[in-house]
Ligand binder design. Sequence first.
Ligand code: AMP
Length: 624
Amino acid sequence: MTFNDLGLSAEVLKAVTALGFEKPSEIQEKSIPELLTTERDYVGLAQTGTGKTAAFGLPMIDQIDTSFKAIQGLVLCPTRELCIQIAREMTSYAKYSDGVKVVAVYGGASIQDQIRAIKGGANIIVGTPGRTIDLIGRKALKFDSVSKVVLDEADEMLNMGFKEDISEILESTPAFKRTWLFSATMPREVERISSNYMEDPIKVTVGTKNSSAANIDHKFCLVQGRDKYFALKRFADHYPGMFGIVFCRTRRDTQEVAAKLMNDGYNADALHGDLSQGQRDTVMKKFRNKTITMLVATDVAARGIDVDDVSHVFHYDLPDEIESYTHRSGRTGRAGKSGISIALIAPQKSGKIKLIEKKIGKTLELVKAPSGQDICGMQLMKMIKNVEDVEVNQKGIAPFVAQIHEALEEFSKEEIIERFVSVEFNSFLKEYAKAGDINVDPSRIRKGADERFNDRGRGGRDRGRGGDRDRGERRSSRGGETNTKRVFINVGKMDGFENKGQLLGFLCNQSGVDGGSLGKIDLFDSFAFVGVDDGVGEKMIEAMNGQNIENRDIRVEFSQDKPQGERGGGRGGNRGGGGHRGGGGNFRSGGDRRSGGGDRRRDFGSSENRGGGERNFKQRRRRS
Ligand code: AMP
């Protein structure tokens, strides 16, 4: 089947050709003809990277009536990054469709600019739920003419706690509109949204439900925790062209692993929610243009990463939520390419392997961390290939050739080869000369699924933000303990947050923290208190101070109702500032804070030889 067979208009087809899309992907083949013609709602189950954006974007653009100046299409998605990406893609699909204007609205950017863009004549809005609600509240967005609503990555939106926001947004759209829901997985909450807000939808599944893309090889490597870093390094050295993402569970781990990689000469950097939006954008830009070839990221920060050529995904630690495994792995094997997912697993955690296999419907293959010899062999062959492939600039080297011949006269061909190889290769051989076997005996793999994942989709306590909020006793995702730290925030009901859920959605959207890491919320007229997991308060403070709401500066502080010593350290230093509006909140205004970064050092105690003299070589090698 070709794009010409799907029923798209000539303008849209021209844009598709300009983008270089040759053949529709499976989800496009199945969705586009339906979405161009049906009056029914639609549920598409497909992994990220399968071409979902075009599957809904092309038919949406095709059905915009440009003579009617109003918003006709709305796309809701979970993250700012994804929002920008979708809007960018859709704008390129609309390149030849005169009068179709796509506007992205998301948190962490100027709301005034977005209002201006909407007023400039938007007919398709791509938005994150928090900012969309905010704009509805300000009467800058009206959806009474919307005829198509897309809920993209619906499972992720619910994971991030946007359930109530989505409901509220859907309620502001007319009854006649059609809803197109796209999701990688179909947990119960997504089923519920589908049954509450959609009428007898057409259901299309690409691949198996909850399974991972067919073109991803899933592997695991059994190593002791202390050897994980070395295993990672060995894999990176063994695949010289690697372009990978390394997932860690905490921001600290991302910082630690990225710092080690950088120190060892790799082009790496960390991506986590503690970075400002500008910093995150910079890191992502470098990753996209491959200045960074190893991105070390937390699950939350990496949501919506849409880079197509990722060759490897590493799970430095397994995620807390089993569904995150699928999302992580789905960052590779995109746009029809193949990819490799490697989990570095300590024997104590190996019981989780069975749970992952069950979830993705595939077996994880045990692979060994490459030996020093494997790595040296691989690097050597790459170098030889470079010698074979190099284009010789005859003219450029001509003036030096006689001199070179003279200098090398006394060596035989064999000796010259050995010497050239050694120039580049000695440091590598040295690094791995004493590298022992860090693989753990597979007999230590735990057979039973005695490890537990938190599984949002499988009944039990509702871990989404809606679940506990009315009881006012949300618990943190880690360990199930009630939070010991709380933050004060100078926004409350007067700012339009009618319930705790709305505030929670706003906090997650604006700060990038995960709904599961926030706890009990006390919502007052002009301020609120929120329980936070360790490390999360600092992140909120860093992300949200400096933002504003209705031209008022947002301030987030650790609440003083905890002993001084328990307070985490925000990285922003003394923020000062006056008191919050009304109310007698017991927050501390300003004051010095210790740096929250913390240089946690571990003694890796491995037998790995950590030679230091090779850095320059590696830097060159990895940039080549
Ligand atoms: P998505 O799943 O929508 O994020 O798309 C993943 C990537 O595949 C994006 O970079 C798209 O531009 C690209 N893509 C989408 N459809 C096609 C197609 N039919 N042929 C080639 N690339 C595509």
